[in-house]
Design a protein around this ligand. Structure first.
Ligand code: PMT
Length: 403
């Protein structure tokens, strides 16, 4: 049986607080665990006992109340940890201002600050308070940080004025909550998986101060790492000298040359469920790199290059899980991508046109076609961040059709 999801409802001091009783009851009927916490002002408007009876659980009121809960736990952290979603309803101007400023001076504001689950705000207040620049600023800050703030509805308010500030009807609240729950479940669809990603260029030394490299910045590989991490994966990122910061939370293995990248990637490959090779690996290295800086003497200099091993092809020979390669092409994109798909024994090739005019190397956007054994998908131009999610969706589809 799948574990019940927990929705923590933070009721703050708006007159619409009484409507939340109906919302709690509906969410319970849908099979969620619902845990209510209330601010002091909210307790003036609705008796905590009402929520206790409807939710079937103790109602949390005080940061320092030790009468409920496990004495071994720090209560506000335990509530934040239990929550799959936190809903602040009605959300006053005060609670949003505190959340935007990082103020934690009561139970509700402290749980918000301690949360790593999504937080959904349903503001409801007088129109002038809603339109006040201070409130609008709090809303903008919260949205910028990725929190969802649902605009209040228009209509007659409890204070007698007509305008924006009403709590939307309960059906709308329920619908929004269900949508966020579904979205956050999808976003954890890589939980329990280990994803190995390569990113950036390699550098092949010519002498101690010079090298052969390319224009890869590492943005594509890091976008993939970030998306996989957000979707719940354990992420191992093997990267050459990249020009962007790898996402926090990812295990980073810096390398320099193609041979180093091969050794590191092969060492991590067996434990990976999904491997995505976004690095632009140098196909050649200097055969005998000079031990000292090469002096110029006016004559031409010839470097002898020797081929680097193809890391992706060698993984393809002992393929397991899902193996994805890229194809960086300046001509005959589809033909070259299909050839790489076959020759390297991979499940998927993400093909991009890397002619200088495309701006793909080092840029923030990419236009790709994704080739699988059973077909291809053309993707429109999009940010590398958005593309990372499309690639992860394609991998999920592939895994599901394999099962
Ligand atoms: O880093 P960015 O600035 O964001 O740019 C992104 C990118 C253009 C580097 C990326 O989108 C991309 O195309 N990466 C693959 C580049 C490349 O090396 O393509 P390729 O067609 O030469 O190689 C095909 C595949 O084999 C690639 O998955 C590559 O990682 C792999 N390969 C190549 C050579 C080699 N010796 N070993 C390999 O494993």
């Amino acid at each position: 049986m799948t574990e019940k999801k927990t929705i923590v409802i933070g009721v703050t001091g708006g007159i619409a607080a009484y409507k939340v009783t109906d919302l709690v009851s509906r969410l319970k009927k849908r099979g969620f665990e619902v845990e209510v916490m209330m601010t002091e002002a909210a307790q003036e408007l609705v008796a905590p006992l009402t929520f206790r009876v409807i939710s079937g659980r103790p109602v949390r009121l005080d940061l320092f109340d030790e009468s409920e809960g496990d004495p071994a736990e720090v209560e506000h952290i335990a509530i934040a940890d239990r929550a799959d979603l936190i809903v602040i309803v009605p959300a006053t101007a005060n609670i949003m201002a505190k959340a935007a400023a990082g103020i934690a001076d009561d139970l509700v504001s402290t749980v918000i600050l301690a949360a790593d689950s999504p937080v959904l705000y349903f503001p409801a207040m007088n129109t002038r308070m809603w339109e006040h620049p201070a409130t609008q600023n709090s809303v903008a800050v919260l949205r910028e940080r990725g929190f969802k703030v649902v605009d209040p509805a228009e209509g007659r308010l409890a204070c007698g004025t007509v305008g924006r500030g009403r709590l939307p009807d309960i059906e709308t609240l329920e619908e929004k909550i269900l949508a966020v729950m579904a979205e956050s479940e999808r976003e954890r669809d890589y939980a329990g998986k280990t994803v190995l990603i390569t990113a950036g260029p390699t550098e092949e030394p010519i002498d101690p101060v010079r090298c052969i490299t390319n224009h890869s910045s590492g943005k594509m590989g890091c976008a993939l790492a970030k998306a996989a991490l957000r979707r719940g994966a354990e992420v191992h990122l093997v990267c050459g000298p990249i020009r962007v910061d790898p996402p926090a939370g990812v295990r980073v293995y810096p390398v320099r040359t193609a041979l180093e990248m091969k050794a590191q990637t092969e060492a991590l490959y067996d434990a990976a469920d999904v491997t995505i090779m976004a690095a632009a690996v140098a196909d050649y290295r200097v055969k005998d790199a000079a031990a000292q800086k090469i002096k110029k003497d006016g004559s031409t200099l010839t470097l002898e290059l020797t081929p680097n091993p193809d890391i992706l092809a060698s993984l393809g020979e002992r393929k397991h899980g899902v193996l994805v390669g890229f194809a960086a092409e300046t001509e005959r994109l589809a033909e070259n991508a299909r050839r790489k798909l076959e020759q390297k024994h991979v499940d998927m090739i993400v093909a991009n046109d890397v002619s200088p005019a495309s701006g793909v190397f080092g840029g923030d956007t990419n236009t790709v076609a994704i080739f699988r054994k059973n077909g291809a998908t053309d993707c429109p131009k999009m940010t590398k961040e958005a593309l990372a999610d499309v690639i992860l969706d394609e991998i999920k589809n592939l895994e599901e059709t394999k099962e």
